[in-house]
Design a protein around this ligand. Structure first.
Ligand code: FMN
Length: 207
């Protein structure tokens, strides 16, 4: 493992509970792999290309099995550079708070940009095939409530969605560290962050 891409999907910087857990993970990982390069992609700081008509048309050209050329190729330059940046990593850390039972819109935007036919998946006679092979992903989430059991579990669309979309492109080695509940009192919050940090340290040892 040479390079890890840390994808940040919270705008809360130093106030972020998710990042408290992620930072513990990264510190432990760096101790184990001193030569590891950690590249940060903060989705609330970097501007992502919007999916205009021309860019979406490009996706349909690729879905039709053709290559992009001319104005479509030009329109896709920024998308390709995000795809290349994503693929240049050997492993991923996603820092994702739960927003409305799912993921923050900036992460959905990023997913809509990088999950592209020909680059991250392709269709074969046997069905779709993920092209991102042999890479690991750790996902740190934090949630205001607790979705680990009981009636609340059904509302968690965050973990199932991230497992589905990254599994679809071939990243099936995914571990989740969920800090929850975060918004039900400061004592419980502290306890659950520490619990998640302990899991993060353990996860880093075998990552
Ligand atoms: C826009 C928004 C939507 C949220 N939606 C939910 C939600 O659906 N369920 C939940 O349990 N917490 C929700 N929360 C609370 C956050 O998940 C929680 O406070 C989390 O710890 C924030 O992580 P951060 O400090 O890393 O940004 C929401 C917070 C925001 C700002």
């Amino acid at each position: 493992m040479k390079k890890l891409l840390h994808i940040i999907a919270t705008p809360r910087e130093d106030e972020s509970r998710t990042l408290q857990v992620s930072n513990t993970f990264l510190k432990a990982l760096k101790e184990k792999h001193p030569d590891l390069t950690i590249e940060e992609l903060n989705l609330f700081k970097e501007e992502l290309p919007s999916l205009t008509l021309k860019r979406v048309d490009g996706k349909y050209i690729l879905l039709g099995g053709k290559d992009l050329s001319g104005e479509f190729k030009e329109a896709w330059e920024e998308i390709i550079s995000h795809i290349e940046r994503f693929l240049s990593a050997d492993a991923y850390l996603l820092s994702v708070p739960m927003w409305n039972f799912g993921i923050p819109y900036k992460l959905k935007h990023y997913i809509d940009i990088i999950i592209q036919p020909k680059y991250l998946f392709r269709y074969t006679e046997k069905g779709p095939e993920g092209l991102v092979k042999g890479k690991k992903m750790a996902v740190v989430t934090s949630r205001g409530g607790d979705y680990s059991a009981g009636g609340m579990r059904q509302y968690d669309t965050q973990e199932p969605y991230l497992r589905a979309i990254f599994g679809f492109v071939g990243i099936t080695d995914i571990i989740f560290i969920n800090a929850q509940p975060m918004d039900m009192g400061p004592e419980l919050q502290k306890e659950k962050i520490e619990e998640a940090q302990a899991i993060a340290r353990k996860t880093a040892e075998s990552f």
